[in-house]
Ligand binder design. Structure first.
Ligand code: ACK
Length: 288
């Protein structure tokens, strides 16, 4: 098996197991297909000798440098993050495939869960998850990191009462001015993007707030596709004209008003994640 990349090893912090020997991982069922390979449920035998269920992301095409770079970028962004509303990175293994070991979120993607269990999910479940996502994002913003791909498909459910932000494949550490300017190319989730992101490739916590608003819309519409079948460019035109996604049926007014605040054209007019956490903590809001 190939040796682990040195710079990454150096950047790993205390709360992450460094390299997990391949023989300490037993891969079980496939949970789904990720961007670069399958995601497995696995048993991890820890150094202390106990067994833990984990999720293992694989990288199939090891020879594609671009994929490998992006895979390792995700690892780097996750290193050192420690919050109950963010999926925890446990470590990295190679043997010979590169494997990323993460905390298992047994209920899988929130989007799939919502679509499957529509009739059993109440507005208060959705509000709880919305609050937890805001908490995870508040922590991320404090760590000066932007997610860039916040969407319902990238939220995992550890249990019915615990949503976690995941899929840091597109995220970056912010530079000093707190934003990331993307270079050319790449596949972008345009319908989740703030105007300054699709116009100027500018990504900040404020553009994450816009995406958070779209994520709320997906949740309260019970898994509908934002802007339906519309092409990305047409969705942009609509936003530029000042139009926004409509209030989903049965979405409480105050939740829709929160979405609308997230979709203010100018970054400075949007709430911060601190304010969003507060909004969802407000008891009157929770009980409406
Ligand atoms: O809906 P799912 O089962 O949840 O299908 C997708 C698939 O892998 C591709 O992303 C699942 N997945 C990804 N990371 C995890 C994790 N940490 N715990 C559980 N499932 C995961 C995701």
């Amino acid at each position: 098996s190939s040796p682990p990349p040195v710079p990454l090893k150096q950047s790993l912090e205390k709360n992450v197991e460094e390299f997990i020997p391949r023989e300490n991982l037993i891969l079980r069922d496939v949970l789904g297909e990720g961007e670069f390979g399958s995601v497995y449920k696995a048993i991890y035998q820890t150094k202390e000798g106990y067994e833990e269920e984990v999720a293992v992301k694989t990288l199939h095409d090891q020879n594609r440098t671009k994929n490998k770079d992006q895979f390792l970028k995700e690892v780097k962004v996750m290193v050192g993050l420690n919050h109950h509303c963010i999926v925890r990175l446990i470590g990295l293994s190679s043997g010979p495939e590169l494997l990323m070991v993460q905390e298992l979120a047994p209920l899988g993607s929130m989007l799939v869960y919502i679509l499957k269990h529509q009739n059993n999910i109440s507005v208060s479940d959705l509000k709880l998850w919305a609050w937890q996502i805001a908490c995870g994002m508040q922590y991320l913003a404090k760590q000066k990191r932007v997610h860039r791909d916040l969407a319902a498909r990238n939220i995992l459910l550890a249990s019915r009462n615990q949503a976690k932000v995941s899929d840091f494949g597109l995220s970056r550490r912010c530079d000093d001015r707190d934003y990331y300017t993307a270079s050319q190319g790449g596949r972008w989730p345009i319908k989740w993007y703030a105007p300054e992101s699709y116009n100027l490739a500018r990504f900040t916590s404020a553009s994450d707030v816009w995406s958070y608003g779209v994520t709320l819309w997906e949740m309260f519409s019970y898994g509908q596709q934002p802007y339906g079948e519309m092409r990305g460019q047409d969705a942009i035109d609509l936003v530029e004209k000042g139009e926004r996604l409509e209030r989903p049926d049965n979405c409480p007014i105050e939740v829709y008003q929160t979405m609308e605040r997230c979709w203010h054209y100018h970054e400075r007019d949007r709430p911060t994640f601190d304010q969003l956490v507060e909004t969802f903590t407000d008891t009157t809001y929770i009980n409406v």
